[in-house]
Write a protein that binds this ligand. Structure first.
Ligand SMILES: [Zn+2]
Length: 211
């Protein structure tokens, strides 16, 4: 377990839900929906975070890499509070510009914006995340399994990123494919990478767009 994952084991997010969890993508289905997919993503301002305003080197996206939060996350917890805590911890403790991930997905499949994707993410492990679009699914997938809604959102987000950055689904991998010191994104989520499910679903979605 790395420091980031461990830290959240001690945060209590018993905060009040403030409603308006953002719209949940059902399936992309058309080119038009793909072009407007980002409208379904909860923005940093909507979850109460702030953008880093400094200039940083801009990355070219060449990989898509899946992570998990690595600690239990329950329906009683407010994902927005979790994101605000993660953002302030990333800046104050780690001295990172922002949350290490570009997109985060909660238990009901809602997608949230994290770090500006123009900038490389951060990691506590030994790989260089430059060029990787980093996606984090909240929860510990060594212990729990992803829901249908989460799987749908992950596929949709992967599809949109492949379309937007002209990537082959072959570049979709998990954190542990690049690091020997983590089980991230957890065996129950990694299973969908290992058996090719995510890549097949994204290929299906992309093929649908060409019809
Ligand atoms: Zn990870």
């Amino acid at each position: 377990m790395n420091g980031l994952h461990f830290y959240f084991a001690v945060i209590s997010a018993a905060l009040i839900l403030d409603g308006c969890a953002g719209s949940r993508p059902a399936g992309i289905q058309s080119q038009g929906n793909l072009q407007h997919f980002d409208k379904s993503i909860v923005t940093v301002a909507q979850w109460g975070g702030t953008r880093d305003t400094l200039q940083h080197p801009v990355q070219t996206i060449t990989h898509i890499t899946l992570h998990h939060g690595g600690v239990d996350f329950t329906k009683d917890e407010d994902p927005r509070a979790y994101l605000r805590n993660l953002q302030s911890w990333s800046r104050s403790e780690k001295k990172w510009m922002d949350i290490p991930y570009h997109y985060l997905i909660d238990l009901d499949g809602t997608i949230y914006e994290g770090r500006d994707i123009r900038y490389a993410g951060d990691t506590n492990t030994e790989y260089d995340p430059t060029g990787h679009a980093l996606i984090c699914v909240l929860g510990n997938y060594e212990n729990i399994s992803p829901t249908k809604e989460q799987l749908r959102s992950i596929v949709n987000l992967f599809t949109w990123l492949c379309w937007k950055y002209h990537l082959s689904p072959e570049v979709i991998k998990g954190h542990k494919d690049y690091s020997k010191i983590t089980v991230c994104p957890g065996k129950n989520l990694y299973a969908y990478l290992a058996d090719g499910y995510f890549r097949r679903e994204v290929e299906k979605e992309l093929a649908q767009m060409k019809k």
